[in-house]
Design a protein around this ligand. Structure first.
Ligand code: PMP
Length: 354
């Protein structure tokens, strides 16, 4: 049976990357051992790490005054390590809350600082109104989740928040479009959506963002900078997979090409939903619809359950909405192909007509 994997993360890896990994796991570069067995102190792994960093820097056009490091602990650990390394945020940060992940980070920051942190909520306001609201805030820093993976809400016009320094959780849309770094201070993302598998978190931040501090060991970002992401044993294989995915990104034409294709596929799905108003309901506000995660539901809830059970049996994986919201979620990350989307839409059409 042909599998169409639309999981929200860990998610589909491009076939070409999988083919390469399957060779490298058995015999890396004909050396007679596996890439899984590489010492993190070996020259071979150092080259992999440097190449991964260089690829990211080129693809994302990271300015020279930014550090790029790889950590563990997922995006979730960022909620603590950022707060710890930047105590100033306790009084100089506002959260733009557009969904579950931002809300979790907001709570973690409040728990860490033992203090209420200002927030504004994205609901149905027009983007212009939102910008005005944000630009009128007193705080210098603004936290946003560029793509709320559960609610399917995306904001990527970072430049519009012109007088704010942004801290951005890009876990579910990193490397899916180009952006200007002008007002960005810190971005982070777990790798398991657009950049491979879990285990490594990408952190890119302005050198002057981190304050001098006395944090110990793994908690102190200066240690990770000084030891070039190898303060302790880094997740070697997750980093290697990321390198292979980044090489694939370059090969297929880079971020502009990726963004255009992602948008084309997403629009096709949204159009299908909008064209079937008697059966389907889109769940994200139109002006913030994500091209990474498309969330909708059947009008008749009974159909949702039936669809999810049937589609899973027929090889469509990961279509269930997050357990907190239910419904259907189609994750349309970089690795998703047009054929997969066509297969899915034909499948939903047949289901609706049945
Ligand atoms: N932020 C976003 C936007 C996410 O989608 C996720 C995971 N789905 C997280 C944070 C949490 O990531 P992790 O499980 O890697 O800690």
């Amino acid at each position: 049976m042909k599998i169409n994997n639309f999981s929200a993360g860990p998610s589909k890896i491009p076939q070409k990357v999988l083919d390469q990994l399957s060779v490298d796991i058995i015999n890396y570069q004909n050396l007679g051992y596996s890439v899984l067995e590489l010492s993190h102190r070996s020259k071979i792994f150092q080259d992999i790490l440097n190449s991964t960093k260089n690829h990211l820097q080129k693809i994302l056009n990271i300015p020279e005054n930014f550090e790029t490091i790889f950590l563990q602990g997922g995006a979730t650990f960022q909620n603590t390590i950022i707060a710890a390394n930047k105590p100033k945020l306790m009084t100089d940060l506002t959260f733009l809350l557009s969904g579950t992940w931002g809300a979790k980070t907001h709570k973690d920051f409040q728990d860490y600082f033992k203090k209420e942190i200002n927030s504004i909520v994205l609901s149905n306001q027009k983007f212009d109104e939102l910008i005005e609201q944000v630009n009128n805030l007193n705080s210098n820093y603004l936290y946003i989740t560029s793509n709320e993976t559960i609610e399917g809400i995306q904001i990527k016009n970072f430049k519009s928040f012109e007088n704010k320094k942004l801290i951005i959780d890009m876990s579910s849309d990193i490397c899916s479009y180009e952006f200007d770094w002008k007002n960005i201070s810190y971005i982070f993302a777990g790798a398991q959506k657009n950049l491979g598998i879990p285990g490594v978190t990408i952190c890119i931040f302005e050198k002057e963002f981190i304050e001098n501090n006395e944090l110990t060991s793994y908690m102190n970002l200066h240690n990770h900078i000084d030891k070039d992401s190898a303060f302790n044993t880094p997740p070697t294989f997750s980093i290697y997979v990321m390198l292979k995915v980044l090489e694939w990104v370059v090969e297929i034409g880079g971020l502009n090409e990726i963004e255009n294709n992602n948008i084309l596929r997403a629009n096709k799905i949204y159009e299908f939903i909008d064209n079937n108003p008697s059966k389907l309901i889109p769940l994200a506000p139109k002006q913030y619809r994500s091209s990474s995660n498309i969330v909708f539901d059947f009008k008749d809830k009974h159909q949702t359950d039936l669809f999810l059970k049937k589609s899973y049996k027929d090889g469509f994986l990961g279509l269930n909405g997050h357990r907190s919201v239910g419904g259907i979620r189609v994750s349309n990350y970089n690795s998703i192909t047009e054929t997969m989307v066509n297969n899915l839409l034909t499948y939903i059409e047949d289901f609706i007509l049945d």
